[in-house]
Design a protein around this ligand. Structure first.
Ligand SMILES: NC(=O)c1ccc[n+]([C@@H]2O[C@H](COP(=O)([O-])OP(=O)(O)OC[C@H]3O[C@@H](n4cnc5c(N)ncnc54)[C@H](OP(=O)(O)O)[C@@H]3O)[C@@H](O)[C@H]2O)c1
Length: 252
């Protein structure tokens, strides 16, 4: 039994998720939008059309499985999954609230993993699917003052590269998108709106475009922007201790 193909965008109430949704709608995709805030998604759906809104806190245990079950019970098949929901926290490890840090690991790592695990078997059975996981340039080195966030994105990149390799020959494309600083709500949520990285932020549209182009071509890793391409290669050439001190000096 096959359902109507849809594109699922997590974190579709703000930032990159909105751009992914707009771009996918413009190419004709039917969409499922997920985030906690319903109103911005309803407004977006009204603009782009052919979009279904699910307001959900994905960190709640079982939320990812419920979401996929609800989507499938409506007769949809997830052809494209954009695992975009995520957040960061800026500050020293021991100073940040532990519950917020574990929520970050839950969203950035656990929920992303659950969604991959839930959708991949059906994509492989249909021999067609597009999985785009949003990592970060933070994935390439440790991040003093954003330690858990950087570690969570290193996990996303590692997982996605492994899944990309495993997916070869299955007809499913798997790609990690590694944006650098991007002008979204990210830095406000992270408590880093006045930091150096926020000042370097680029507009999210081109970042989302690069991600969609990359997964269409089944690239393993997409790093949008020339400077980000250079900085993401730096850990290959610099000693780890030097990289750690550079990131510590930036203090997101
Ligand atoms: N902006 C950057 O500089 C940057 C750089 C590299 C990577 N990234 C990554 O890009 C992705 C998108 O972030 P963004 O920059 O677009 O930030 P954003 O503007 O803050 O958007 C984050 C999205 O995630 C959703 N979200 C947060 N907690 C959630 C939860 N518990 N359940 C469901 N949805 C939740 C938010 O919606 P609600 O608040 O309505 O739930 C929002 O739609 C993230 O994975 C981030 O780590 C961002």
């Amino acid at each position: 039994m096959s359902g109507r193909p849809v594109t699922l965008v997590t974190g579709a109430s703000a930032g990159l998720g909105v751009e992914f949704a707009r771009l996918c709608a413009a190419r004709g995709d039917e969409l499922v939008l997920v985030a906690r805030r319903r109103e911005p998604m309803e407004a977006l759906a009204a603009q782009i059309g052919k979009a279904h809104v699910f307001a959900a806190d994905l960190v709640v245990p079982g939320a990812a499985a419920k979401l996929i079950g609800d989507i499938e019970s409506l007769g949809f098949e997830i052809e494209t999954l954009i695992n975009n929901a995520g957040f960061g926290l800026s500050g020293r490890f021991e100073a940040l609230p532990l519950d917020r840090q574990t929520q970050m690991i839950d969203l950035n790592v656990r929920v992303l993993t659950e969604l991959c695990r839930l959708v991949l078997p059906r994509m492989q059975a249909r021999r067609r699917g597009f999985l785009l996981n949003v990592a970060s340039t933070a994935a390439f080195q440790p991040g003093p003052n954003m330690a858990v966030y950087y570690a969570s994105k290193a996990y996303v990149l590692s997982l996605t590269e492994a899944l990309h390799e495993e997916a070869k020959g299955t007809g499913v494309h798997v790609t990690a998108l590694c944006p650098g600083p991007t002008a979204t709500e990210f830095f406000d949520v992270a408590g880093a709106a006045d930091g150096k990285l926020a000042k370097l932020a680029v507009q999210p549209r081109a970042v989302a475009e690069a991600g969609l182009a990359g997964v269409a071509r089944n690239k393993a890793i997409v790093v949008p922007g020339r400077m980000n391409k250079v900085t993401s290669q730096a850990p290959r050439f610099l000693p780890r201790g030097v990289m750690r001190r550079i990131v510590a000096a930036i203090k997101a």
